[in-house]
Design a protein around this ligand. Structure first.
Ligand code: HEM
Length: 148
């Protein structure tokens, strides 16, 4: 019971942190972003990767060591939809990460002005991530109650 409580608490805290990080990226990525903004963004993006990895680890921990047992999830369609949504968010984050690395490199090299079309593409990917991310708690609540 205690292990489950610790895992569930960590899961929720990490998931809120991940949501905050994605929201920060959405706020920072703007056409008038400064070089300092780009460097900050690249640090935030590293935290994004680390937090997503921890969410995955703790999530797997909940599947394996949670109260219901792994069988409650591996045969649960809502669990797999949730995993698919998590993967889609991860895929949608690839383009921003690659672009953020380039921006950071440019910012380190001196004069920095992001191209408006690059900003628009990255913003599109971030907004799409927010949309798919919002489905995950719904699928989580579904998998905890139905789906098996
Ligand atoms: C791939 C990573 C993830 C795994 C393996 C995972 C796994 C789990 C497991 C096993 C539970 C327990 C469900 C139960 O009580 O039966 C859970 C609950 C939950 N997860 Fe995740 N999760 C992951 C990512 C996420 C993400 C990214 C979010 C949010 C965007 C999220 C939101 C939730 C919520 C809100 C609950 C509580 C559901 C409820 O009790 O109503 N999870 N997760």
């Amino acid at each position: 019971m205690f292990t489950d409580l610790v895992l569930a608490s960590a899961h929720h805290l990490l998931v809120f942190l991940l949501a905050a990080i994605i929201a920060m990226e959405a706020v920072i990525v703007r056409p008038d972003m400064s070089g300092e903004g780009a460097r900050f963004l690249s640090r935030i993006d590293a935290y994004y990767g680390a937090t997503a990895a921890l969410v995955l680890l703790i999530g797997i921990g909940r599947v394996l060591f949670g109260l219901k047992g792994w069988e409650a999830y591996v045969y649960n369609w809502a669990f797999w939809l949730k995993m698919a949504a998590f993967v889609v968010v991860g895929l949608l984050s690839i383009r921003p990460t690659l672009q953020i690395r380039k921006w950071r490199k440019n910012a380190d090299e001196g004069a920095f002005t992001p191209l408006p079309e690059d900003v628009a593409k990255v913003r599109g990917s971030i907004l799409a991530q927010i949309g798919v991310f919002a489905l995950i708690p719904v699928l989580a609540a579904t998998m905890a109650r139905y789906g098996y």
